[in-house]
Write a protein that binds this ligand. Sequence first.
Ligand code: OAD
Length: 236
Amino acid sequence: MKQAREWLECASAVVVLTGAGISAESGVPTFRGQGGLWKQFRAEDLATPEAFGRNPRLVWEWYDSRRTALAAVEPNAGHRALARLETRKARFTLVTQNVDGLHERAGSRNVLKLHGDIWTVRCVKCGRERREERTPLPELPPRCDCGGMLRPGVVWFGEPLPGDVWERAEEATREAEVLLVVGTSATVYPAAGLVPMAMNAGARVIECNMEETPFSSGLDRSFRGRAGELLPQLIV
Ligand code: OAD
């Protein structure tokens, strides 16, 4: 822990990659593992463009219920530790796979949201995107001013990541002295690809996760535990 803390303290270019695990202690369910959303629901029915095409109301009901649950939770000590770290670094990028908005609520500024944002909606007809924070939504599926149907502003399976966001994540990762990987199963690509990318570019890679991931054994440090407990020890 001491060595990892020093690496983090001394680095001027830091990238953090987070996944659902960092929000678990706020009461947000993860996707895989015990109690995971993909144990209860089929991604093919709810998180693909085909599912939305088949049954937009069903997809929206699921997103509406997740939004409503998220509106009642707060960022935790893990989110806050990362926001603190950002204030001390010349170059800091937080790359998240989470759509919950908890990093921003904890005070993080330079956040790249690889999988979009559950608090935005996009019109399938005119393409306009805007914030939508009402929970529950008054009408499902919601409608755009142009009359088109709105969809959640998230990335679904089978869809490309927002191009500029991914490019910025790659660029920051190639230049990072330290990559801190928190609460992700590191199984969904291209996001997980940032881990070997950082290793190949010579960065120190530190992981915080309750369980082992496919990368754990090859990293500079891999800590088992809760993000909300580990991160305040790493970032004092
Ligand atoms: P997963 O649900 O796949 O993984 C969550 C990880 O967090 C697991 O490795 C857990 O061991 C770990 N974990 C759980 N609680 C933790 C805690 N308190 N502290 C630290 N670690 C903890 O979530 P992601 O890796 O984020 O994509 O999943 C990646 C993507 O797959 C998501 O963005 C989503 C999903 O399908 C889309 O919907 C496109």
